[in-house]
Design a protein around this ligand. Structure first.
Ligand code: GLP
Length: 265
């Protein structure tokens, strides 16, 4: 995996935006629009804002025909709840950048069809041709999407129960930890690692420990994000604070600064 240590969250957002735009442009040139994997949470927001800014300034590629797949969704929220991840991604990114709502997908938490929701989501991703680039954040407990510690490294989309830590972390969106749903649908770690390119973004001191465990610790279900070590094309974009617990920090800096211009992420 390639670890890129940048100075600020803004630099992380800018490099992530460059990477997404490259994929969208490259695919546009082939006549088959890109399939993007999107993450919610606070971390990717700056990247989405940067992409929207560039599109508004006329510097971005066309997002016509681009299809997106969310990583996960809460189960049990009332219909149209503003904190559902589908509503969130539309509000924070896809509507503003001009991706048609019918091309924006997320796991479907409708109660009556819940048992088959995972299988249906897997089939939808395959039918779209697979996810070319997947944006990822990381939970403070090392979770990816909503794959909590202990998740099978081969898991596919399914229902999961959130840990108390994650419900506490996400309480800021709901007012209190008690208001955060207990259950979710999430792409599995096996689903995530089928994407062509994984782009993990992490900023701030609060993520430093989880990042160190994922990047330099053992591959283990105890740290779900460590599954990234098994994938052939992973870029980990960090600001200084999120990189602060990495033992090989200086080496990653040396590698990145000596990278040839022709080699993208
Ligand atoms: C949530 C999401 C993850 C996200 C993580 C970190 O629980 N399900 O996809 O990566 O938490 O969120 P944040 O970026 O807000 O720290």
């Amino acid at each position: 995996m390639e670890v890129v240590v940048l100075e600020t969250p803004a630099e992380v957002a800018s490099l992530a935006a460059d990477t997404i735009e490259d994929v969208v442009r490259r695919r546009e040139a082939t006549g088959t629009p890109a399939v993007l994997g999107l993450a919610t949470g606070s971390t990717p927001l700056a990247t989405y804002e940067e992409l929207i800014r560039r599109a508004r300034d006329g510097r971005g590629p066309s997002y016509e025909g681009v299809e997106t797949f969310n990583l996960d969704e809460y189960v049990g929220l009332p219909d149209g709840h503003e904190q559902s991840y589908l509503a969130t991604i539309r509000r924070e990114f896809t509507d503003a950048i001009g991706i048609q709502p019918e091309r924006v997908h997320g796991p479907d938490p409708t109660e009556e069809t819940l048992p088959a929701a995972g299988e249906r989501y897997e089939a939808a991703i395959v039918a779209a041709g697979g996810i070319e680039v997947q944006i990822l954040g990381i939970g403070s407990d090392g979770h990816l999407a909503f794959n909590e510690p202990g998740s099978s490294l081969a898991s596919l989309t399914r229902i999961k129960t959130l840990t108390a830590t994650t419900r506490k972390d996400n309480a800021r969106f709901f007012g209190s930890p008690e208001a955060v749903p207990h259950h979710v649908l999430t792409q599995g770690l096996g689903t995530i690692t089928r994407a062509g390119h994984l782009l993990l973004l992490a900023t701030g001191e609060g993520k430093a420990e989880a990042v160190a465990a994922a990047v330099e610790g053992p591959v283990s279900a105890t740290c779900p994000a460590s599954v990234l070590q098994l994938h052939g094309h992973v870029s980990v974009l960090l600001d200084e604070a999120a990189a602060s617990r990495l033992v090989r920090r200086d080496y990653y800096r040396e590698v990145y600064s000596g990278k040839p211009d022709w080699q993208g992420l």
